[in-house]
Design a protein around this ligand. Structure first.
Ligand code: PMP
Length: 361
């Protein structure tokens, strides 16, 4: 065999990775991109100016490694989260995906299991199996909610080392009541991760799992600056947990994992949080209008507390996805068969989505 003929199958990769497909939301350059739950509003010129200034300052010291523990950033994140948190209870990494991977590295691994309730975020099983942890897929109700008793029963049956709860859930938009999270925490023998990537978009009065931290030392709440904070390109995710949990993560994180520039950009974004989170209300309104409009078209639409909407049901969902793409609108073919997910964009982008949908339907 020549080097040109070599394929992945010829390499001595781990047996448990053979035949797997990588995470792959298409990145296609079209006028209206509504497929990866980004915030459609770019940073303001003031934020960009402030960021450029901080980068200039940091650039003069790039011969040195960054603050390995990201202490100042973690203090800022704790201040943002409130709930009496401080830097010792907050951890940050390159996107919440890296945060989740570190959690799996510390608490999962060979011979261990992680349980999540599907459909949910596709990276949970991918990161789980990528760390040689066994994935157990639990079920949701037909309306994508979680029955607290059934969820607790699944945890008691499988006794997983890690439980994933996602609230609001991706791709369904479903938020979890605190009682459900508390029931799972009582049943779980190991760590419980509540992935709150979309927490800021939840309806008024939806409490965060952060409020359960003081009484539950095995709870980890993960967040991200990729969504409401409109900083997906920065790659900054974080979590809140008991200080002992942070100590566990220090055992597996790579030294200097968060670059000087990432730390600086995240701190600038936090200083500008009033402006950045100012887009959340508009996105929530646009979301609710999108749900209503889709239902008006006679479609089935999941209730959403996030910045995206899952709708269906299309026996040929690929044809609908392609029809929209032909009209310059990229959405996501994800979740259960027959359903599609649209991320909430600007008013103009959603008008383009509606026009394209009318064309397709
Ligand atoms: N959790 C959930 C539920 C998500 O939907 C996403 C992004 N799609 C992430 C975590 C990861 O986001 P990031 O790595 O950008 O923080």
């Amino acid at each position: 065999m020549t080097p040109d003929e070599l394929t992945l199958a010829d390499l001595p990769i781990r047996d448990d990775l053979r035949g797997r497909t990588p995470y792959g939301a298409p990145q296609i350059d079209v006028p209206v991109r509504l497929n990866t739950n980004e915030n459609p509003y770019p940073p303001s010129p003031e934020l960009v100016g402030d960021l450029a200034e901080e980068v200039r300052r940091g650039a003069g010291e790039l011969n040195r490694y960054p603050d390995r523990d990201a202490s100042a950033l973690r203090a800022d994140l704790a201040d943002y989260l409130g709930h009496g948190l401080d830097a010792s209870r907050v951890w940050a990494a390159n996107g919440s995906n890296e945060v989740l991977q570190q959690i799996l590295q510390a608490f999962g691994g060979y011979g261990r299991t992680a349980l999540g309730f599907e459909p949910s975020y596709s990276m949970h099983p991918i990161i789980t199996t990528g760390t040689s942890t066994e994935w157990i897929g639990g079920a949701r109700e037909d309306d994508f909610s979680l029955d607290p008793a059934k969820a607790a029963a699944a945890v008691e049956e499988h006794r997983p080392d890690i439980v994933f709860l996602t609230s609001p859930n991706n791709p369904t938009g479903t938020a979890l009541p605190l009682e459900t999270i508390a029931r799972v925490l009582e049943a779980a023998p190991g760590m419980v991760v509540v992935d709150e990537a979309y927490a800021e978009f939840a309806r008024e009065g939806t409490p965060s799992a952060l409020s359960l931290l003081p009484s539950h030392p095995r709870l980890i709440v993960t967040r991200t600056m990729s969504k409401a904070f409109a900083m997906a390109g920065t790659r900054l995710g974080y979590l809140a947990a008991h200080p002992a949990v942070i100590e566990a993560l220090l055992l597996v994180r790579l030294p200097y994992h968060l670059s000087t520039l990432t730390q600086a950009a995240a701190r600038v974004a936090l200083r500008h949080r009033v402006e950045l989170l100012g887009t959340v209300d508009a996105l929530r309104r646009e979301r609710d209008a999108t749900v209503e409009w889709l239902r008006g078209q006679g479609l089935t639409v999941a209730d959403s507390d996030a910045n995206f909407v899952l709708f269906g049901r299309f026996p040929e969902r690929r044809a609908v996805w392609e029809g929209l793409l032909e009209r310059g609108v990229l959405i996501r073919e994800v979740g259960p068969p027959e359903w599609l997910r649209v991320s909430i964009g600007t008013g103009e982008e959603m008008a383009a989505f509606r026009a394209a949908m009318e064309g397709v339907l």
